[in-house]
Design a protein around this ligand. Structure first.
Ligand SMILES: NC(=O)c1ccc[n+]([C@@H]2O[C@H](COP(=O)([O-])OP(=O)(O)OC[C@H]3O[C@@H](n4cnc5c(N)ncnc54)[C@H](OP(=O)(O)O)[C@@H]3O)[C@@H](O)[C@H]2O)c1
Length: 492
């Protein structure tokens, strides 16, 4: 595994800790080597020492000296400038030596832990020195991190550039949301349990809510966020990925092509909003200063480093999407995401249609609460089913009760970075949890009409929600106008 950008934040916070956990789980082979490349001059020993510090910091109490010694022995480093051709000749040489020493047999996984502006340099140079050419006996794969473009055109350009040197099946576009057990469990929950699928359609489901709420602000990412905004940063990737797993038809198998085809069909079925619909089906917001539920007073987005004091960039986005297919016709999917909200959590709410209340005529029951299934992606990972139960007593009254499954109760809290499964799958050539070029482009197509209208009509009411609240009032109206409500969770 060759990591470009081995001195960077992602390598220290996620990649090496993930390899540490894989090593701890006995999931790394003996015939394996990690070669880090970055700008700084240092030898293998200095690199190992630096990575030991990073792993200690990020795995906390899971640190284990014996595991580290085992992993450390696989770690190597070389200095090089990613933009220079000579670097790749040196990489070739170093890899040949490692192949001989480690018995790695020419299988290479290149991890591009660098800004996307460097992707073309790396893939073209790797191609030029023959490092992307596969044979019957060895494979060559490349993992890239988002952002995968920032609109349809740039995503197509990025994919076109990658395809100049790589086949689509050599490209692994990572979305760390797919590394979460709870996201992978959506498929298991739906397709490994006979009682779920029969109720997973428009006959039984009233609507779906997908919430990715962040209590943090833009922190040091102000400059990036001014370009991106909540819609671009979150919806085409993380929220649409959740929607894809939630709404897809059962694939013929769990082979990656079959699963990814079904996800693409879901995205194909989503109606991109017309400019008129953007005005009624899309809501944007920007946080002003406010007080978080913890009591902390926090500044407005416009006061963040790297942000214009008159910024029109949204830190909150909500959409109502519908799908043109047999299973989901007429079922709205409400998506929302934002920063500096009252809590930090990701969840999916499936709200079922109300039961006919005829049989409770002439009782104290005026209205049945709708049944609800909540898939808690993070934190407090689990699944909750809310339904009506008779309140004990001579009168006929119904209360809402919960059946609650918590991952931690059954499986403990195995420490993880979220990258373990993804790296492991890539090594094994399983692309199910990675994004296909088409998925990326379709994601951008869905949000592009919203971006166009928002760009053409700058928001006049920003900031329109206070930090520490649930977002702009208009987001509540998006559901209220349809006679629905966002599910509220308790704030700390
Ligand atoms: N950090 C995260 O948690 C995270 C999460 C999700 C996605 N990502 C994505 O992962 C990628 C990497 O992010 P990051 O946060 O790790 O970035 P980073 O901290 O800036 O790391 C990039 C590394 O590459 C090195 N580098 C840059 N240009 C180089 C060159 N020409 N030759 C050799 N080395 C060079 C940098 O060295 P210098 O510092 O000397 O420039 C730095 O050590 C980005 O695409 C980002 O969007 C990161």
């Amino acid at each position: 595994m060759i990591i470009f950008g081995a001195g960077g934040d992602l390598t220290k916070r996620k990649l090496i800790p993930a390899l540490f956990y894989l090593c701890q789980g006995g999931l790394l082979p003996e015939t394996f080597a990690i070669l880090g490349l970055d700008r700084l001059e240092m030898d293998d020993e200095a690199f190992r020492d630096g990575m030991a510090d990073a792993v200690k910091e990020h795995v906390g109490s899971a640190w284990n000296e014996a595991t580290w010694r085992k992993l450390c022995h696989h770690l190597h480093y070389m200095q090089g400038n990613i933009k220079e051709e000579a670097t790749y000749m040196a990489v070739c040489e170093r890899l040949s030596r490692l192949d001989a020493e480690r018995g790695t047999e020419g299988n290479y996984l290149f991890y591009l832990a660098v800004p996307p502006s460097l992707f073309p340099d790396i893939t073209r140079h790797l191609g030029a020195v023959g490092l992307t050419a596969e044979s019957e006996d060895d494979w060559r794969r490349v993992i890239i991190e988002k952002p995968f473009g920032n609109d349809v055109e740039s995503a197509k350009a990025l994919n076109g550039m990658l395809h100049e040197t790589l086949d689509e099946d050599q490209i692994y576009r990572i979305d760390h949301y797919l590394g979460k057990e709870t996201v992978q469990n959506i498929m298991v929950f739906r397709f490994a349990n006979g009682f779920i699928e029969p109720f997973w359609n428009r006959q039984h489901i009233d609507h779906v809510q997908i919430t990715v709420a962040e209590s943090v602000g833009v922190e040091h990412r102000g400059e990036y966020y001014e370009q991106a905004g909540a819609l671009r940063d979150m919806i085409p990737n993380h929220l649409l990925v959740l929607l894809g797993f939630l709404a897809m038809e059962p694939p013929n198998s769990f082979e990656s092509g079959a699963v990814r085809d079904e996800i693409n069909k879901v995205l194909d079925a989503i109606h991109p909003l017309t400019p008129e619909q953007v005005l009624t089906h899309a809501v944007r917001g920007q946080y002003g200063e406010g007080v978080m539920p913890t009591g902390e007073r926090v500044p407005a987005y416009r006061s963040s480093p790297g942000v214009s004091p008159t910024s029109g960039r949204e830190t909150y986005a909500a959409l109502k999407l519908t799908m043109d297919n047999w299973r989901w016709a007429g079922v709205p999917f409400y998506l929302r995401t934002g920063k500096r909200l009252a809590a930090q959590y990701t969840e999916i709410v499936i709200q079922y249609k109300r039961a006919p209340k005829i049989m409770f005529k002439n009782t104290d029951i005026e209205q049945m609460t709708p049944d609800m299934l909540v898939l808690r992606i993070q934190p407090n990972e689990g699944i909750q089913m809310s339904f009506g139960a008779k309140i004990p007593g001579p009168r006929m009254r119904v209360g809402t009760v919960n059946m609650d499954f918590c991952y931690a109760d059954y499986f403990g809290n195995a420490p993880a970075t979220g990258y373990e499964t993804l790296i492991y799958d890539c090594m094994n050539g399983d692309a199910t949890l990675f994004k296909h070029a088409d998925t990326v482009e379709k994601g951008w197509e869905i949000v592009e009409s919203v971006m166009d209208v928002w760009n053409a009509l700058p928001a006049r009411d920003f900031p329109n929600y206070a930090a520490g609240t649930w977002g702009p009032a208009a987001a509540g109206d998006l559901l209220k106008n349809d006679g629905r409500l966002w599910r509220r969770i308790k704030t700390p």
